[in-house]
Design a protein around this ligand. Structure first.
Ligand code: AHR
Length: 492
């Protein structure tokens, strides 16, 4: 057992944790939408207008704050008018990015906006820049948000929705350096300004526009975009995005369930790179935007393994273990610490794809270890991140990743501390001194198991949250974290 001291100063604020930092992503990819979120009204699976009730409940339970849709790569080949009106009349298309399957457009704008209303989350729509037109995107905004008399508002009414919806987040394209059009940064920045100009604020709705930012460590893209998207009228943008998948070697990703000790530590160390990526992209953003007006949205992140044997390679279906839980925990701690600039993050993806929150099979639904981490961390949403120091050790020789990962936040007189012990072999004994906070009681919840442990449709609760022992004496909290565990401590 190793001993570690921690120090928290509840008055030393690092940034406000916008709830959207705990956001998610749903793409027309594999079984994320069809079968995962949407089963159609005639399905025997309990649903509301075709939307699975169990998925809505699972999302609500973690206070899912924002959902990004319809892609991903799919966004830049999606034509929204194909997804409205009578379902029988909707155009079918080929989903060229994801398995070449037929997309019947039965889940479109109305269905997505209803899903967000049921969950109580903000919708985040990624518009088509790669193969769409300025008019198409501008009309989509009009269709969704305009309350008066106009061609698109009339069309929406003909399709059964009188009042407009509220739409805050609008992405102008997705990965336009790659699947979204293979563009250079200057070309994209010009297109960004053109598209953004015609996406208007109607009827009191205020759009928060997101420009396509870099992939991983592409710092020169960030530099060019921050230069390029500012026009003579100033910023017509509110954020740029960052995409980073935790893959140590794209040539040999390995399986979600089969890995050795090296496979575990490689993935954890890769995930820990998020800290340096955010720090360096933020430094560049600071040069162009010292007032911090443009946020960084990590709107795709997570683990990406080889698909489960026997499943469609284009569907990106993978299982999810305690290794994924530790990745989620340490990444969310990094986001909390950078919450001054990072205002949204979206795990890829919500259902049945990549590092999923939930997996479905017919009428069954299981919550993954990653889901439980979002449950453990949900109290951070809307809090203020505060100074949180912990003694640490490198996770392995020369690694920047530490054995411990932690963050803390304060909200409405409650202090939430989240800690991951990333070691596979040693427990950690923590003594945490809390300054500038009147601590009267403490409680804790834990997620821990053997690193390969996961939930299955036969044994859905193998990995689950349980209460955990914690002692409070004066201003000191003491607890033990078993190897490979994630803990939430609540002090009030
Ligand atoms: O999440 C899967 C894919 O990864 C998305 O469609 C794309 O944006 C990224 O490359």
């Amino acid at each position: 057992m190793k001993e570690f001291k921690m120090l928290i100063n509840a008055e030393d604020k690092l940034g406000h944790i916008q709830p959207e930092l705990y956001g998610h992503f749903s793409e027309h990819l594999g079984r994320c939408i069809y079968g995962g979120i949407y089963v159609g009204e005639d399905s025997p699976i309990p649903n509301i207008h075709g939307i699975r009730k169990d998925v809505v409940e699972a999302f609500k339970n973690i206070s899912l704050p924002v959902l990004r849709w319809p892609g991903g790569c799919f966004a830049d080949e999606y034509h929204w008018k194909d997804g409205i009106g009578e379902k029988s009349g909707r155009k079918k298309m080929v989903n060229t990015n994801w398995g070449g399957v037929v997309e019947d457009n039965s889940f479109g704008t109305h269905e997505f906006m209803e899903l967000c209303e049921l969950v109580g989350c903000e919708p985040y729509i990624a518009g088509n820049v790669g193969s769409g037109t300025v008019r198409e995107l501008s009309e989509w905004v009009e269709y969704i948000t305009f309350d008066g008399i106009s061609p698109m508002a009339e069309l929406r009414r003909e399709n059964g929705r009188d009042k407009p919806w509220h739409l805050k987040y609008l992405g102008i394209g997705n990965e336009n350096w790659g699947c979204g059009g293979s563009m250079g940064p200057e070309h994209y920045a010009s297109l960004y300004k053109q598209f953004a100009t015609f996406c208007k604020n109607y009827s009191g709705n205020e759009l928060y526009k997101v420009a396509c930012g870099p992939s991983g460590g592409d710092y020169s893209w960030t530099d060019s975009i921050m230069q390029g998207i500012k026009s003579m009228y100033g910023w017509n943008a509110n954020a740029i995005s960052l995409h980073f998948y935790c893959v140590p070697d794209w040539g040999s990703k390995g399986f979600a369930l089969e890995f050795d000790e090296k496979g575990y530590y490689d993935v954890i160390c890769c995930a820990a790179q998020m800290d340096e990526l955010i720090t360096r992209h933020t430094e560049i953003m600071n040069r162009y935007d010292p007032e911090n007006r443009i946020a960084l949205f990590v709107d795709e992140w997570g683990t990406w393994f080889d698909v489960e044997p026997g499943t469609n390679p284009g569907f990106l279906y993978q299982q999810n273990t305690m290794r994924d839980a530790v990745v989620a925990a340490l990444t969310l701690n990094i986001f909390n610490r950078h919450s001054e600039r990072v205002k949204m993050a979206n795990l890829a993806q919500a259902v049945n794809v990549l590092q999923a929150l939930v997996l479905t099979e017919g009428e069954k639904l299981i919550k993954t270890p990653t889901y439980h981490v979002f449950d453990l961390y949900k109290a951070h949403q809307g809090g203020d991140a505060v100074y949180c120091f912990s003694q640490n050790e490198p996770l392995r020789e020369n690694s920047k990743a530490g054995v411990l990962s932690s963050s803390a936040s304060v909200k409405e007189g409650r202090l939430t501390i989240t800690i991951a012990n990333c070691s596979l072999s040693e427990a950690a004994e923590i003594s945490c001194e809390i300054c500038s906070f009147e601590a009267k009681s403490a409680s804790a919840r834990i997620l821990t198991d053997e690193v390969h442990a996961h939930n299955t449709f036969e044994a859905p609760d193998t990995v689950a949250i349980t209460p955990h022992d914690v002692q409070l004496s004066g201003s000191q909290v003491k607890l033990t974290l078993p190897a490979n565990s994630v803990v939430e401590v609540t002090v009030s």
